[in-house]
Design a binder for this molecule. Structure first.
Ligand code: FES
Length: 137
């Protein structure tokens, strides 16, 4: 049912933890399943994401997608990080079962919420980034 990559990222999640004094942090939740995901970003002066960490209180697919999403945003600029959509994360994981697609959405929303937090703090605009509705603080 799950791809090898999903199982690998579930069993050996990358970037678990938190960043002290992050450049941006976003916490989102899914009201239906109750799962919560928080993503921390460390962004340098050039706007490049140097580090990303996550904490996920959620299902296995949410853990795997947070792990992959944090891997994918590292080294990207804040603008490029918008290309890390739930679709991109799913593709990188070789797919998710249809009932688990919403879990990958949580990863996209958490990245957006963290980027929004960074943009707010630095008074910058990231083209195409909308204020996250799901940010639960
Ligand atoms: Fe809720 Fe996966 S079941 S995030």
């Amino acid at each position: 049912m799950y791809s090898e990559k999903v199982m690998d990222h579930f069993n050996h999640p990358r970037n678990v933890g938190e960043i002290e004094e992050p450049s941006g942090v976003g916490t989102v939740g899914n009201a239906k399943c109750g799962d919560i995901m928080r993503i921390y970003l460390d962004i340098d002066e050039q706007g490049v994401i140097q580090d990303a960490k996550f904490k996920t209180f959620g299902c296995g697919a949410a853990v795997a997608t947070s792990s992959m999403a944090t891997e994918l945003v590292k080294g990207k600029t804040v603008q490029e990080a918008l290309t890390v959509t739930n679709k991109a994360v799913m593709e990188a994981l070789d797919g998710l079962p249809p009932v688990k697609v919403h879990c990958s959405l949580l990863a996209e929303e958490a990245i957006h919420a963290a980027l929004w937090d960074y943009a707010q703090k630095h008074h910058i605009v990231i083209d195409g980034l909308k204020e996250p509705v799901a940010d639960i603080g």
